[in-house]
Design a protein around this ligand. Structure first.
Ligand code: FAD
Length: 427
């Protein structure tokens, strides 16, 4: 078969949300798609969610929704929305001078548009289910990328779960195009660096995060089902503490996933005296101990991991026509702008905008009879170069905004200047 008519074999490394969406876009364009994922299938109930004790709740926003809309799978967005909770704004919790609890709602959008609280694992599962319905996609779970040759288009994976003292079996896979969506500690990015002069910068901020949980309320027969939420579900709840903060995002089942963000020294200090945690919460996050029983607060703090936050910038994102990195692999960011996954989804949309721009230029039969006939690979190389150039600037900007937004959330939301500006904006 002539090169330009050959069905392309694309391999996607990483079946997280971004890899899954990238696989969907690729399969829609008729490629043979193979998805390689380090871990077990997360739809298998025995799989522990990556890094988390349970899946976290994410804010799905316009750039992510737009990318999902353009996946050409008409029912997908409906299925996703069915399991989300609209987030109209943020709710700032505090105390007034009389010591009474206060709540202040700040709308996200003057036109009333909302973000959506989505369960990361649930969203990922829906994307994998959608992929499963496509005949040209194959999954390879428990496959870890260990090496790649981007000049000769070969990748190596170890298969199966590692057994101490035993070498895992290694397999070699050929591909036309490789999409690396293997997260912040990307192996694809590491190997890409050997083929392109990639600038790379990573920063761990001095803040760790720990997950907590507000249980759903039992709804008695005849009661409004909405009463399953102990606090307003349509807000991202923030307890700002200047140098730290506590947030809560609703889940569809009525519970809330909560996150404590705090400098590492505070975690160390409180870890030595966990019994003082409820008192610490009463001082800085008023009202939380009436939502989370004191013992549960201590148990979550002592048993859930205290996890780091990394911010990564690199450039370029691709090598020639053979590989590109997307999502956290290309631009892991701190979570304070709620845009990590959304920006990763947008990467997929923008990448395919460039790939599609060049694909209509590829003539179909009969092939032109001269030897310099441009190949599919040369068109893809152009598309990837344009993608990298445009996307790097945008990715760096959103990384910076995410870092800045931490200060806004933990401190500025209560400053009189900020509130006056917000009030004027809403007029
Ligand atoms: P990941 O989700 O990291 O997926 C990568 C996949 O690759 C994993 O399945 C992994 O097992 C696999 N993998 C890794 N190495 C290999 C290998 N060598 N071989 C094969 N497979 C491999 N984002 C938002 O948009 N909104 C939010 O509100 C939001 N809130 C957040 C809150 C917190 C506390 C945190 C920590 C993050 C938040 N994010 C949010 C960010 C979001 O979780 C990430 O941006 C998103 O998960 C990135 O998706 P990804 O598919 O690029 O990478």
């Amino acid at each position: 078969m002539a090169e330009h008519n050959k069905i392309q074999k694309t391999i996607v490394v990483g079946a997280g949300p971004v890899g899954a969406l990238a696989a969907l876009y690729t399969a829609q364009r008729g490629h043979d798609v193979e998805v390689y994922e380090l871990r077990n299938d997360l739809r298998d109930p025995s799989t522990t969610p990556l890094n988390f004790t349970k899946s976290i709740n994410l804010a799905l926003s316009e750039r992510g929704i737009n990318a999902l809309k353009h996946s050409s799978r008409p029912s997908l967005l409906g299925k996703i929305f069915a399991e989300t909770v609209p987030l109209a704004g943020r709710m700032i919790h505090g105390k007034n001078s009389a010591g009474q609890l206060t709540e202040q709602s700040q709308a996200y959008d003057i036109h009333g548009r909302t973000n959506y609280a989505a369960d990361r694992g649930g969203l990922n599962k829906l994307l994998l289910d959608e992929l499963e319905t496509m005949p040209n996609i194959r999954f390879f779970f428990n496959h870890k990328l260990t090496g790649a040759d981007f000049k000769n288009n070969k990748a190596w994976f170890t298969r199966g779960k590692s057994t101490p003292g035993k070498c895992d079996e290694e397999i070699e896979i050929d591909f036309d195009f490789l999409i690396g969506a293997d997260g912040a500690h990307s192996a694809v990015r590491y190997h890409l660096m050997k083929y392109t002069r990639m600038d790379y910068q990573q920063e761990y901020i001095d803040t760790l995060w720990c997950e907590f949980h507000i249980d759903a309320k039992e709804v008695l027969p005849g009661e409004d089902p909405e009463s399953r939420f102990r606090i307003d579900p349509n807000h991202l709840h923030i307890w700002p503490g200047k140098n730290f903060m506590f947030i809560a995002i609703a889940s569809f089942d009525g519970s809330f996933t909560c996150t404590l963000f705090m400098p590492s020294a505070h975690f160390t200090h409180l870890s030595t005296t966990p019994d003082t945690l409820p008192e610490f919460f009463d001082t800085y996050f008023p009202g939380v101990t009436s939502l989370i029983p004191r013992q549960d607060l201590i148990a979550s703090f002592t048993s859930n991991p205290h996890l780091p936050l990394i911010s990564i910038k690199c450039s370029p994102f691709h090598y020639s026509s053979s590989a590109v990195i997307l999502g956290d692999a290309a631009h892991a960011m701190v979570p304070f702008y709620g845009q990590g996954m959304n920006a990763g989804f947008e990467d997929v949309f923008v990448l395919f905008k460039f790939l599609d721009k060049y694909s209509p230029l590829i003539p179909t039969t009969p092939p032109l009879p001269f030897p310099t006939f441009p190949t599919l690979a040369s068109f893809r190389a152009k598309a990837l170069a344009e993608y990298s150039k445009q996307r790097t600037e945008d990715a760096h900007a959103i990384n910076d905004l995410a870092l800045q937004n931490y200060k806004e959330m933990r401190a500025d939301v209560t400053s009189p200047l900020y509130l006056a500006r917000k009030w004027l904006e809403e007029k």
